[in-house]
Design a binder for this molecule. Structure first.
Ligand code: SF4
Length: 458
């Protein structure tokens, strides 16, 4: 999973992009980068780590230009190297072009083989690199080479492309990963989430539609073009459940409102349950727990303190240290939970190990009974469209029944939001039919999944 952003027609483009990247930091903490253009010297700076550590006054002072794109990256640790940090800037027959990508190109392996036979040389392991090769080999205008290259790709890909002062925002025909358009003063902004636009004082305008390519230059939309007419929307429902910020508009619906509705629906599913308090697992369980509390009239309490300074990079070489990390990250407030019957709300269960540890800390703090409720159905399949869920054998819900999971997690009851309630919670008022990909809950994938399907996207 990654976050992308582009800003044009602004002398402080790199500073605005770095502010946007800070807002998108939750979408990727492993590396970040910015390319600036709009002058004669397109330049890219990428590094490993958090945006606040990489982009300071000195680095930003060197990134002068009227247009910029940026990227934050999340990967599995094995692929987490500087060489795969984005944006990727290339020099080719069309001049200097830079690209940042969010998603997972599922026919990566097939296209890479074809390109290798044609003599292409690869220096990254990221799927984004094939898009650069396709761009370089295509003929015509910038819009033409982008649309021709996108036609060859399958899977999930939202892209920002920069050439000189021209910014392009583009989205795959299924619209798996988000991309929105906004305005700030005389500049257009393209970003993974609306919060990244609003944080700089800009206004959210609309989603870039599935299959749409928007070309922006000099504060104007020069072209909006569909490289492929979408047959069906496949927007990722997990964005609303877990990934996106609650202050973002995602697929025309407020993420916060969607999560509150999930909690209300869970309360309806668990009607009649008795408990002293409802409490969230921070941070993503927060609004669903609020919705549950409102619908059930059970008191909302904050029973965990989260330590925001324990990063993903904290070294965990042994089980003891892994347990210590978990305790450092999330600590129950004994005075809140001791001797209480608790409804505990979290977004999802993936492997089950984190949930088990969290519940263990609640038991140790004296919780009398724990009813564990999740704001999505059991995850039974991996994601091939850009979210880093593990393969089936590591997904607890693919291996155990609900009763087996309840025993493993050591809770008194275990409830998952059903799919119908999830879809209804996330659907925008103006959307018709089922517009979501729900494959990790149903095992029914909206695209062909072959052995050659590439799993490690961005
Ligand atoms: S498989 Fe799940 S996580 Fe992946 S795009 Fe579909 S809904 Fe989202």
């Amino acid at each position: 999973m990654c976050g992308i952003i582009g800003v044009e027609n602004n002398e402080n483009a790199a500073v605005l992009v770095s502010a946007g990247l800070l807002t998108l930091q939750h979408r990727g903490e492993e590396s970040a980068g910015i390319t600036v253009g709009g002058n004669d010297n397109m330049k890219t700076f990428r590094s490993m780590g958090l945006v606040s550590r990489i982009f300071n006054e000195d680095t930003l002072a060197k990134l002068q230009g009227s247009a910029a794109i940026g990227h934050v990256r999340y990967t599995t640790s094995a692929k987490s190297t500087l060489i795969n940090a984005q944006p990727f800037q290339i020099s080719c027959i069309h001049g200097n072009i830079s690209v940042a990508h969010n998603g997972n190109i599922t026919n990566f392996t097939k296209i890479k083989r074809i390109l290798l036979k044609k003599g292409a040389i690869f220096s990254h392991t990221s799927d984004t690199e094939i898009f650069l090769h396709l761009l370089a080999m295509s003929k015509g205008s910038l819009l033409k080479i982008v649309s021709e290259s996108m036609k060859k790709l399958e899977g999930a890909f939202s892209l920002v492309v920069l050439k000189d002062k021209t910014l392009i925002g583009a989205r795959d025909a299924g619209g798996f990963r988000p991309l929105v358009l906004g305005k700030f003063e005389n500049s257009y902004i393209v970003a993974s989430e609306s919060a990244a636009i609003e944080v700089m004082g800009g206004q959210y305008i609309r989603e870039i539609e599935p299959g749409e390519i928007v070309v922006i230059e000099d504060g104007k939309i020069k072209r909006s073009f569909f490289y492929k007419k979408p047959k069906k929307r496949n927007t990722c429902i997990f964005e609303q459940v877990y990934f996106s910020r609650p202050d973002s508009i995602m697929f025309d619906k407020s993420v916060k409102e969607a999560r509150i509705k999930m909690g209300e629906c869970l309360a309806e599913q668990m009607k009649g349950i008795k408990a002293d308090i409802v409490m969230p697992v921070p941070d993503t369980g927060y609004f669903a727990a609020q919705g549950f509390s409102r619908a059930s009239n059970i008191l909302f309490e904050t029973g965990f303190v989260r330590n925001h300074y324990v990063g993903r990079s904290f070294i965990k070489p042994s089980q003891n240290l892994r347990d210590l990390t978990a305790k450092l990250k999330l600590r129950p407030i004994k005075e809140v939970v001791n001797a209480k019957e608790i409804i505990l709300i979290d977004d999802s269960i993936v492997r089950g190990t984190t949930s088990r540890r969290i519940i263990g800390t609640l038991r140790a703090a004296g919780a009398k009974k724990i009813h564990f409720a999740l704001s999505c159905p059991p995850i039974i399949g991996p994601c091939y469209y850009g979210i880093d869920t593990p393969m089936k054998e590591h997904l607890i819900a693919a291996q155990k029944s609900v009763e087996e999971m309840r025993r493993y997690l050591n809770v008194d009851s275990l409830t998952f939001l059903n799919l119908e309630n999830l879809v209804n919670s996330c659907r925008a008022a103006n959307s018709k039919g089922n517009v979501f990909c729900t494959a990790c809950f149903t095992d029914k994938y909206p695209t062909k999944i072959s052995k050659l399907t590439y799993k490690e996207g961005c």
